[in-house]
Design a protein around this ligand. Structure first.
Ligand SMILES: [Zn+2]
Length: 298
């Protein structure tokens, strides 16, 4: 269990700053508690945001000399299904404790027979097939503090941070886990898995893996000027790519459990390999340059 003490922090972004935990972290990791629960000296910070509460507290710890904020995507005990996660609050909360680069590993289904269970794929493209998720901060709606965000259209041609991808790929190779470099992650609404027809369609489009959580994390990160990188662990072959009964949740959990240790090692090595926040010079870092968003970011 986490040996943590709790603090509170308000990531309001209204000029008061993120009292208490501002600058507490530089890198954010969105993923399960398996990634941080054994770290010593973890500080739990409850963060509130203008978009409501994130999935859980933010857990602050140190790794390879880097200050990292962990956020359990589905909450403690995995009580939030993908379509009910407050993605806006999650990314805002991370930024409010100082995070500028985010790693968001996730479990996916493989859409091609060669991407079987245990494959690590670092996508370079994303297709959004979600249906009912808020995917922008710049919606023109008045916020609780009375401020109104401007209309902002950001480039998203390359949804993932090039430097983050390099770090993830090098980290995997350093652990003798040859990753698939590039590919398309299609994100579906869930919580159900795909039908065979949907799965065959996704594969026929040339897409690589299918998941339920990579979107809108990536675009919200971009809207906050954060770097975002995902690394996907294939836990099963999707319905159209295999001959049997299709995906079961038990299979997914088994493969994930069998790989969580090495995924954690790769993730931590990737954290160590990320550039310093102050030396970021990627598209993501400059996404908001010269743009008046109408709101103050935390
Ligand atoms: Zn970047």
């Amino acid at each position: 269990m986490v040996n943590a003490h709790t603090e509170t922090n308000s990531g309001t972004g209204t000029g008061t700053g993120a009292a208490g935990a501002e600058g507490a972290a530089e890198i954010g990791v969105i993923g399960g508690s398996g990634f941080y629960s054994f770290l010593e000296d973890v500080t739990e910070v409850a963060v509130d945001t203008p978009y409501g509460k994130p999935s859980d507290s933010v857990f602050l710890g140190e790794l390879a000399g880097r200050r990292v904020a962990f956020l359990p995507r589905h909450g403690r005990g995995h009580h939030l299904p993908p379509h009910r996660i407050n993605y806006r609050a999650n990314l805002w909360a991370l930024r409010s404790v100082g995070v500028r680069q985010v790693l968001g590993p996730c479990a996916v289904g493989g859409l091609r027979p060669e991407f079987g269970p245990g494959t690590l794929l670092v996508p370079d493209q994303l297709v959004d097939r979600t249906k009912a998720r808020v995917q922008t901060y710049y919606d023109g709606e008045t916020r609780a503090d009375g401020t109104v965000p401007n209309v902002v259209h950001l480039g998203f041609a390359d949804p993932y941070c090039p430097d983050g991808r390099k770090a993830a790929l090098a980290a995997a190779r350093g652990r003798d886990w040859e990753p698939v470099d590039g590919g398309t992650l299609v994100v579906v609404e869930g919580p159900r898995f795909s039908t065979r027809a949907e799965s065959r369609w996704h594969a026929a489009m040339g897409w690589s893996v299918v998941g339920m959580t990579g979107h809108p994390e990536a675009v919200l990160a971009r809207e906050l000027g954060l770097c975002y990188t995902t690394m996907t662990l294939v836990t099963d072959l999707d319905a159209g790519a295999e001959a049997g009964e299709g995906v079961s949740h038990e299979e997914v959990l088994q493969v994930f459990a069998a790989n969580v240790d090495r995924l954690r090692s790769v993730l931590f090595d990737a954290v160590a390999r990320l550039p310093k926040n102050e030396s970021r010079n990627c598209t993501c870092a400059h996404a908001l340059d010269g743009i008046d968003t109408g709101i103050t970011l935390p």
